[in-house]
Ligand binder design. Structure first.
Ligand SMILES: NC(=O)c1ccc[n+]([C@@H]2O[C@H](COP(=O)([O-])OP(=O)(O)OC[C@H]3O[C@@H](n4cnc5c(N)ncnc54)[C@H](OP(=O)(O)O)[C@@H]3O)[C@@H](O)[C@H]2O)c1
Length: 307
């Protein structure tokens, strides 16, 4: 297949490119720095520097849309919210517009989202039929991202939405950011630690994306999460145990809200999402338990897995 990938230079994108190349697909990556694409994604990968370069004559069989300014970072000022919004919603609007103009349309658009689309739902078990609860900027961002992508259906394109949990893998993602304090024995529960964290190993995430690429009938939202979400307390203790360090501290919710502002919703919000639609497909997860996923990401040799 000829596949266009936005965000292909990122943590998920680079790993996805490696696997898609391995199975013989032809890839083009849209990047703000197209000159870095061969090094990050593979020498055989073509690059587009802007969507204007997608002329109506250019044909892609599939589009995978992962681009987005990192959601965790500096505080969500109005300016930063604008960047987060434009890098996902405005870019996806342009992508759908390019699909509309293409003489020969892609068969499928696989577009990013996150379990944050459900909002803060406490202990409620969430599957793809669960109704999102409006809850702050992060939820609104995911909802708008999905709504825009779904517009591609009007051109007869199958649209799959990746409601992704926290992705665990080597050399990137949220785990990388958490490692230093945990290694120093400063790992801490966030708030009361009862909020649910839905996670997924990068290898399963990529396999699920490939599954959607290859299926002709599946569309709509999919939870890209492992079948066993954990609470923040369990996550904290599992990571500390595997690193053989203590995690006796906790960061109070009020302190997170004070220091991170609105962004604290990412750390304190609870999504207990199950990959129901993939379970119905009898999808075989390589990493069902958090312990096995963490162990692989932290200790397995690089050659034994996708890096
Ligand atoms: N990793 C996770 O745990 C996780 C969980 C849930 C959802 N997601 C979503 O999945 C997507 C991919 O995640 P990731 O971890 O691979 O992200 P990442 O490593 O931060 O990569 C995102 C890519 O998006 C592009 N990008 C960044 N800022 C941009 C901006 N301001 N305007 C346009 N493009 C921009 C970059 O490509 P160029 O620099 O080449 O332009 C970058 O390589 C993201 O949209 C993220 O929100 C990730």
């Amino acid at each position: 297949m000829r596949i266009l990938i936005t965000g292909g230079t990122g943590f998920i994108g680079r790993n996805l490119c490696k696997e898609l190349l391995r199975v013989g697909h032809q890839l083009t990556v849209l990047s703000r720095k197209p000159e870095t694409v061969p090094e990050k994604c593979g020498v055989e990968v073509s690059a587009l520097g802007s969507l204007e370069e997608w002329t109506p004559e250019l044909h892609f069989d599939a589009v995978i849309n992962l681009a987005g300014e990192p959601i965790v970072g500096s505080r969500w000022s109005e300016r930063r919210k604008r960047i987060l919004w434009d890098s996902r919603i405005t870019l996806t609007e342009r992508l759908v517009d390019a699909i509309r103009k293409a003489k020969s349309k892609p068969r499928v658009l696989i577009s990013g989202s996150a379990v944050g689309v459900y909002g803060n739902q406490g202990d409620t078990i969430l599957d793809e039929n669960s109704a999102p609860v409006p809850n702050g900027f992060g939820q609104k961002l995911c909802q708008a991202w999905e709504d825009v992508a779904l517009q591609a259906r009007e051109c007869g394109v199958r649209v799959c939405l990746l409601r992704t949990g926290l992705v665990i893998g080597k050399n990137g993602g949220f785990l990388q950011k958490m490692l230093l304090p945990f290694k120093l024995g400063l790992g801490a529960r966030l708030g009361n630690g009862k909020q649910w964290m839905s996670w997924v190993h990068i290898k399963d995430h990529i396999a699920m994306t490939q599954y959607l690429l290859g299926s002709h009938a599946l569309d709509g939202p999919f939870n890209l999460t492992a079948p066993e979400p954990v609470t923040n307390e369990e996550f904290t203790q599992s990571l500390a145990r595997i690193l053989k360090r203590p995690a006796l501290l906790s960061v109070p919710a009020w302190f997170l809200r004070l220091s991170a502002g609105e962004m604290a919703e990412l750390m304190l919000g609870s999504q207990r999402a199950l990959p129901k639609r993939f379970q119905n497909e009898h999808f075989k997860f390589s990493y069902k338990t958090l312990g096995s996923a963490l162990w692989d990401a932290l200790f397995a040799s690089r050659d034994a897995n996708i890096s």
